[in-house]
Design a protein around this ligand. Sequence first.
Ligand code: MG
Length: 405
Amino acid sequence: MRNWAVLVAGGRGTRMGLAENKTFVPLLGVPMLALSLRALLDSGVLDGVTVVVGSGERLRAESLVAGMGPCLPVSVIEGGADRQASVWNGLVNLPLDVELVAVHDAARPLVTRTVIQACLASAREFGSGVAAVPLKDTVKRVDANRTVRGTLSRDELRAVQTPQAFRASLLREAHERALHDGRRATDDAALVEAMGVAVRLVDGDYENIKLTTLEDIIVAEVMLTRGGTFPSGFPFRIGHGYDVHALVEDRSLILCGVRIPHERGLLGYSDADVAAHAICDALLGAAGLGDIGRHFPDSDPAYAGADSLMLLAEAVRKTADAGYVVGNADVTIVAQRPRLTDFMPEMRDNLARALGVAQEAVNVKATTTEGLGFEGDGQGISAHAVVLILQSRISPFTSKKGRDE
Ligand code: MG
């Protein structure tokens, strides 16, 4: 007797402004569908998965499955006109000896092993196990004029998720009856309920969100980067930057956008912010976009006296256009004098704003060279930087309407 999952992946990306199936959208570079499938395969309680995709998407899904390497049996079939029809297609294509079946939406890639196991365990004991969480919001009943007609008791309400696991024979019968009676429902539990069979809920997970809008993608990517569900083959890139400018009289000393009182300043075509330049080069390097000289040539009068933080912000936009968001940045300023410690909070703040990241994602350090070399004898200041960038289809700089996906 075997346990199987039907992974429903026919999701249109309409509410994400996408023309394509949203389950192919990558989260940190890994397609949503692959993450959901991986979660099921790694659950330890399933013997195989049937993936149901939209019409014309089978080959694409199969190549995605092939790219995941050796795993449990996974078959890909095309679904029907709506979710219910797609689940039905999955059910009729199950191996005959399947005892328990868990239906899962590929748009919930953050599902945990614990939740999957709980659903299957409940289905084994009670015939059904449906993931659900208590509501956080108070729910009102309203009429067509948006007038409140009542407040529902939160204690009696649950938000239902997937997986929804059932004895395979029970779910098949529920779908057959629904087909016969012309009943439509947005989840499988409702079809079983309609048979008068009690449906058992198990603890879902608030992180097991259904990715519906672009905001959900951002939230999911954040959860993936900090959670234990970090995808393998994670596509991040790293870049290094190095820059030097000479210290001369009659120039302002500007480092990370902060004007620092000193008897000399850095010489350069722009404001000569050596630290910002090093970060800019690290960022462009990580994105494979060349260097600062290529994007902001000093032959271009537009950059005479330029605020280097503006150049940095522009480099962030170019990086975003290339499909990456900034993860973190670390810069070391090499200067014998002046002491920079007091200016570091402001430097960090400036960089975080230019890079579009939290302050915690930016680190500024300074060192002397113990009097050695050109930095040591005050001829110049140098800076080294490293920047990590993360692949993302969701650019913070692209308007939702303008998105071309
Ligand atoms: Mg420079």
